[in-house]
Design a protein around this ligand. Structure first.
Ligand SMILES: Nc1ncnc2c1ncn2[C@@H]1O[C@H](COP(=O)(O)OP(=O)(O)OP(=O)(O)O)[C@@H](O)[C@H]1O
Ligand SMILES: [Mg+2]
Length: 255
């Protein structure tokens, strides 16, 4: 039996869109320092689930607990302020801006003293410097120059920027919706390595992926979502990817 307090816990989440039931009473637990994968077929409710966790959706019913305390987020900003950072399936990067500006998008820092407080001048140099440190600390070798415009980056590099951004500011939980879907083998592996690094730094990660190989490579536990419900939670030690897919598709009942 698990006795630790989850960093993030959801109980009995319900989310409907008109007659469509996206979430039909879903529980989820994310424990300290783990990678929790969420798998499920298209439309199983994965994105809806993480949108409820990240404040993008307000669930119709159910409860969220952060470090054991009940929380209610009215919008993604509130969840971010509480330490939950999400990288959505549709990447929220600004192509025209450079890497450093993307990392600080929405939380630009001002220059110290009157230049910042009175003249509202941005601390461009400081943000650039801290971006470079952040990118280096995460071991993202694919990004070399943080003044490079994001529109000139490859798909994998853009994803790396989005993950770096989440890692820079997510103090409690990082949520990644399909971070490797559009990536080649090498870039996909780099994102997987970033996920491991985050976990090794003690940050728990929720990873949504259709890629069973990736899931079984990095996840500590696997939440299987099926038809708006949690069908099972398995571990790579006790279940194979084939077992998980069988539960996901309903070919097999969870043991
Ligand atoms: N904004 C919305 N309006 C109406 N229906 C929605 C909305 N968002 C999700 N749904 C419906 O809720 C169900 C769950 O969708 P969701 O996006 O959570 O699935 P998913 O598991 O993320 O699928 P995928 O693997 O395709 O990303 C689907 O039937 C979907 O059509
Ligand atoms: Mg989805």
């Amino acid at each position: 039996m698990e006795t630790r307090t989850p960093v993030l816990q959801a109980t009995n989440l319900v989310k409907t869109f008109g007659r469509v039931v996206a979430l039909d009473g879903v529980d989820l637990e994310l424990y300290p320092g783990e990678v929790l994968a969420i798998i499920g077929d298209n439309g199983a409710g994965k994105s809806s689930l993480i949108k409820c966790l990240s404040g993008a959706y307000t669930p119709d019913a159910g409860q969220l607990l952060l470090d054991g305390q009940p929380v209610r987020f009215h919008g993604a900003q509130e969840a971010r302020a509480a330490g939950i950072e999400t990288v959505y399936q549709t990447l929220a990067v600004s192509p025209a801006l450079d890497i450093a500006s993307n990392l600080y998008l929405g939380r630009e820092e001002r220059r110290p003293g009157v230049l910042g407080s009175v003249f509202r001048m941005l601390d461009t140099k400081g943000m650039r410097q801290r971006s470079e440190e952040q990118v280096k600390r995460l071991g993202i070798t694919t990004l070399q120059d943080t003044t490079q415009a994001v529109e000139t980056l490859s798909g994998g590099q853009r994803q790396a920027v989005a993950v770096a951004r989440a890692a820079a500011f997510g103090s409690k939980v990082i949520i990644l919706d399909e971070p490797t879907a559009a990536l080649g083998v090498r870039e996909g592996n780099q994102v997987l390595q970033m996920i491991r690094d985050l976990r090794n730094r003690g940050l728990p990660v929720i990873l949504i992926s259709h890629n069973m190989q990736h899931v079984f490579e990095v996840a500590d536990r696997v939440h299987i979502q099926r038809l708006g419900r949690r069908a099972a939670v398995v571990t790579p030690e006790t279940h194979s990817a084939e077992d998980a897919v069988a539960i996901m598709t309903g070919a097999k009942q969870a043991a």
